[in-house]
Design a binder for this molecule. Structure first.
Ligand SMILES: [Zn+2]
Ligand SMILES: [Zn+2]
Ligand SMILES: [Zn+2]
Length: 328
C-alpha cells in the first residue's frame, strides 16, 4: 500500500468518524442527506413516511386503497390486503326497498321489517296450533313452542328505532307481553298460569295487535284471514272495554260514623251487549295502602246504559284500580 492509499483510507475513516459524530451530536441528517440520496420510505396505509436511517416518521398513514366497494365484488386494499372497514355499496331492489339484490342485506326501517316478521310470527303460530282453538293447546310445551317461535322473530325489535313512534310503542308492548307470558309460564304451574294469566295475556296481545292494525296494513295468508280477523275483533273489543273502565267514576258522598259513602258511576260506552260484566276494583288510601277490594256485577248491560252503585269504605280512598274483569 503506497502512501496515497493510506492517506485516502485515513481521510475516509475520518469522514466516517466525523459523520457519526455529527449524527450523534445533531441527530439524523436525513434532511440534508435526502438532497443527495432518497432516505425516506414511501408511506402506506400501515406506516407513514419513515427515515430508513433513524426510523423517524413524517405525516400520517395513507387511507386504504379499495378500487371496488360493491358488495358483489369488493377488492381488498392494494397495500395491505384488508377488506376490514370497507363501506360496501349495495344494489337496492327495483321498487326502492333497501334490500340488496346481491347480498340480501336488509336496511329497511324497523317499521317495515317488524310488520313483515309480525305477519310471519302469526302464520307460524297458526301453523303450530293447527286446527286447535286457543283453549285446545293443553300443555306448557306447546305454548312454549309457540312463544319461542314468535319471540325469535320479534325480539330483535324490542330496542329498535321506529319511524312511526306510535307503531314502535305498540310493537314494543306486544313483544313485552310475549316475553312476560313466557316468563310466567316458566315460573308457574301450567294450570295456574292458564287460570291466572292466560286471559289477560291474550287480551293484551290482541289489543296491541288491533292498535297496530290501525296504523299499518298487516297482511296474512288467505287461509288464515278469518283467524286474523277474530284476533282483531277481540282486540277491538278489549280496547273499547278498557276505555269503558277508564270512564268509571267514584263520587265521595261524605262520611257517617267512620264510614265513607260513595257512588260508583258505570257507563257502558262500548257497542257491545254484555250478558254479564264483573269487575273487581281495589281502593287505596293516601299512603297507597290497599283499603279493600269491591266487586261490581252488571247483568244484561246494554250500550249507553249508565248504572249507579252505592257503597261504603272505612277510609276515604284517594285512588282505585280495576284489577280484573270478566264478561260474556
Ligand atoms: Zn433519519
Ligand atoms: Zn390498506
Ligand atoms: Zn349488497
Amino acid at each position: 500500500m503506497n502512501i496515497n492509499s493510506k492517506r485516502i483510507i485515513i481521510l475516509i475513516c475520518g469522514a466516517i468518524v466525523f459523520g457519526i459524530a455529527a449524527i450523534i451530536i445533531s441527530g439524523c441528517p436525513h434532511d440534508w442527506i435526502d438532497g443527495i440520496w432518497n432516505v425516506w420510505s414511501e408511506p402506506t396505509c400501515q406506516v407513514p413516511k419513515t427515515c430508513v436511517i433513524c426510523g423517524a416518521t413524517e405525516g400520517g398513514v395513507l387511507p386504504h386503497d379499495w378500487k371496488d366497494s360493491s358488495c358483489k365484488n369488493p377488492t381488498p386494499c392494494s397495500m395491505c390486503g384488508t377488506l376490514d372497514g370497507l363501506e360496501l355499496t349495495h344494489e337496492w331492489q327495483a321498487d326502492g326497498s333497501k334490500v340488496c339484490v346481491y347480498c340480501g342485506i336488509d336496511l329497511r326501517p324497523s317499521d317495515e321489517r317488524f310488520i313483515e316478521n309480525l305477519e310471519a310470527s302469526l302464520e307460524k303460530r297458526w301453523e303450530l296450533m293447527g286446527e286447535n282453538p286457543w283453549y285446545g293447546i293443553q300443555t306448557a310445551e306447546e305454548w312454549n313452542a309457540i312463544f319461542d317461535t314468535e319471540i325469535a322473530l320479534l325480539e330483535e325489535f324490542s330496542e329498535a328505532h321506529f319511524e312511526n313512534a306510535d307503531l314502535g310503542k305498540h310493537a314494543k308492548k306486544y313483544i313485552g307481553i310475549l316475553l312476560k307470558a313466557k316468563e310466567e309460564l316458566g315460573t308457574l304451574a301450567f294450570e295456574e298460569w292458564l287460570q291466572k294469566y292466560y286471559d289477560s295475556f291474550r287480551h293484551e296481545q290482541n289489543s296491541a295487535l288491533y292498535e297496530m292494525s290501525l296504523l299499518c296494513e298487516i297482511s296474512v295468508s288467505e287461509e288464515n284471514a278469518e283467524k286474523y280477523s277474530e284476533l282483531i275483533e277481540s282486540g277491538k273489543k278489549i280496547v273499547s272495554i278498557s276505555e269503558l273502565i277508564d270512564g268509571f267514576r267514584y263520587h265521595n258522598l261524605g262520611s257517617y260514623a267512620g264510614n265513607y259513602a260513595y257512588d260508583g258511576i258505570f257507563e257502558n260506552t262500548t257497542d257491545y251487549d254484555f250478558t254479564y260484566f264483573i269487575c273487581s276494583v281495589e281502593f287505596y288510601d293516601k299512603d297507597g295502602e290497599l283499603i279493600t277490594t269491591k266487586k261490581f256485577t252488571f247483568y244484561n248491560w246494554e250500550p249507553g246504559e249508565k248504572i249507579t252503585r252505592r257503597f261504603t269504605l272505612t277510609d276515604s280512598s284517594s285512588g282505585e284500580r280495576v284489577v280484573s274483569i270478566k264478561w260474556e
